[in-house]
Design a protein around this ligand. Structure first.
Ligand SMILES: [Zn+2]
Length: 272
């Protein structure tokens, strides 16, 4: 699935789908009744009363340059805490899109949770994208390295230590594509801003990993903190009812959409 923002093509490549857990347990203090309206809006994101987590990886292309926005869940076995329906799809999806591993120029890691870094490296620790710059915020790296025994850190972070470059707020990664600090959720959490040919977009990473949170920015996920709910509320104010495309890997379809007021709710609608 491909969307174009100015000269930047945004392609959603599937990697994994799985069930994470009961929403009312993950978002403490919320009730099943409160979640009900969002089931109607985003049916793909529910498995009964549990969160069905979609994990595509977005590929950004402009001119001859290619950037991967995070690298998914990776091969099976890295993540114990979810019930996968499908895993390990990214290599096939890249091939289908005509992208060789060598073609990727930049791997931008928004943060280092298990569903965002899985295809960083091969089983032997070699970079899965041999020609790519791997860009990540130093605070995220330091936080991950303090947990060296976690399987995803051992496989996907530690072997690449000499490859990582510091992500800097405002730094251009591709023409029209810059890193942007989105504090909260994980130390050094970042997104991407796209400004190209009059079009604008923002890849929000996990600042609102379920679109219900755009309507209820105060709801806090197990990993969230006050900083995150603040960033989220600001983000919603910035983008609601504008032409700014909001991109999230955990949203349905292409993951590229707009944030709009519909009756009394703030909703995310896929750009088609
Ligand atoms: Zn995530």
């Amino acid at each position: 699935m491909s969307t174009t923002l100015g000269d930047v093509e945004v392609v959603a490549l599937p990697d994994a789908v799985g069930v994470l857990g009961e929403l009312v347990e993950l978002y403490q203090g919320t009730t099943a009744e409160e979640w009900e309206p969002y089931r109607g809006l985003y049916p793909e994101l529910f498995d009964g009363s549990s969160w069905r987590l979609l994990v595509p990886v977005h590929l950004l292309r402009t001119g001859g340059d290619t950037l991967l926005l995070d690298t998914g869940v990776g091969p099976s076995g890295l993540w114990d805490e979810w019930r996968p329906e499908q895993e390990g799809l990214l290599p096939g999806a890249l091939a289908e899109a005509g992208v060789a591993h060598e073609d990727v120029d930049v791997v931008f890691l928004t943060h280092l949770h298990v569903d965002h870094l899985g295809w960083n490296s091969n089983e032997d620790g070699a970079p899965f994208f041999p020609n790519a710059r791997y860009v990540v915020h130093p605070d995220a790296l330091a936080f991950a390295l303090a947990r060296p025994d976690r399987p995803h850190i051992r496989r996907c972070v530690t072997p690449l230590l000499d490859r990582f470059e510091d992500a800097v707020d405002g730094a251009e990664l591709l023409p029209g594509v810059t890193a942007v600090a989105l504090p909260g959720h994980y130390p050094g959490h970042m997104g991407l801003r796209i400004r190209s040919g009059g079009a604008e977009g923002i890849a929000i990473a996990d600042i609102a990993p379920h679109p219900a949170l755009l309507d209820r920015p105060e709801w806090a996920f197990a990993y969230d903190d006050m900083e995150q709910t603040r960033t989220r509320a600001q983000l919603v104010q910035e983008v609601v009812d504008t032409d700014v495309a909001v991109i999230c890997g955990h949203y349905p379809g292409s993951g590229v959409g707009r944030v709009l007021t519909r009756e009394d709710r703030v909703v995310w609608e896929e750009l088609v």
